[in-house]
Design a protein around this ligand. Structure first.
Ligand SMILES: [Zn+2]
Length: 184
């Protein structure tokens, strides 16, 4: 086989690799969004390693976040819930759904306390409807509730980022009914 054909095949497989990865995220996130009472406008998965150094540290500490005034729910690719959901673990899919629900509450104007309340309310519904294992469900719920009991200062598990530009370069999958965001 001429070497250029091999080179071409190699290039083609390189070009397809991210797309396969992308569809894996799509299938997983679609499964997770089906667990929500309502869909977010858009979900974008970002890889902290591909983000600018100035926000990488912040992204590595978070599973999910939104940007100020934005309508997109961002998930970080290393997040524990997302990683479990990608493996098809049901509990993690429900946890990820409730995390997305928390971010959607922020998008609708909720402060941290209110976002946590809505996240817990959805989780309680999953437990009551026996969609998650009762033992796992109650354990996770007590973890959620313990966020508030520490002191009056809320421990944020997420953040509202004011950055816009450098973030989209780190996007590895865009899921939503709307067209993918153009780079700004
Ligand atoms: Zn929050």
């Amino acid at each position: 086989m001429p070497s250029y054909v091999i080179a071409l095949l190699f290039l083609t497989s390189l070009a397809q690799a991210p797309r396969r990865e992308d569809s894996r995220y799509h299938q997983t996130i679609e499964r997770v969004l089906a667990l929500l009472p309502e869909r977010p406008a858009q979900v974008v998965i970002v890889d902290p390693d591909q983000a600018g150094a100035e926000i990488r540290g912040t992204l590595l500490r978070m599973e999910a976040f939104i940007t100020k005034g934005g309508r997109v729910v961002y998930l970080t690719s290393h997040g524990e819930a997302l990683q479990g959901a990608l493996k098809g673990w049901s509990l993690h899919e429900y946890i990820l759904a409730s995390i997305i629900w928390h971010e959607m509450a922020h998008i609708h104007g909720a402060d941290e306390v209110e976002a946590q309340r809505r996240e817990e309310a959805l989780w309680i519904r999953y437990v009551m409807d026996e969609r998650v294992d009762p033992g796992d469900g109650m354990r996770y719920l007590s973890g959620l509730k313990s966020r508030r009991s520490k002191d009056t200062k809320v421990q944020p598990g997420d953040a509202v980022l004011t950055l816009k530009g450098p973030l989209m370069t780190a996007a590895i999958a865009v899921i939503g009914p709307t067209a993918p965001l153009s780079k700004r």
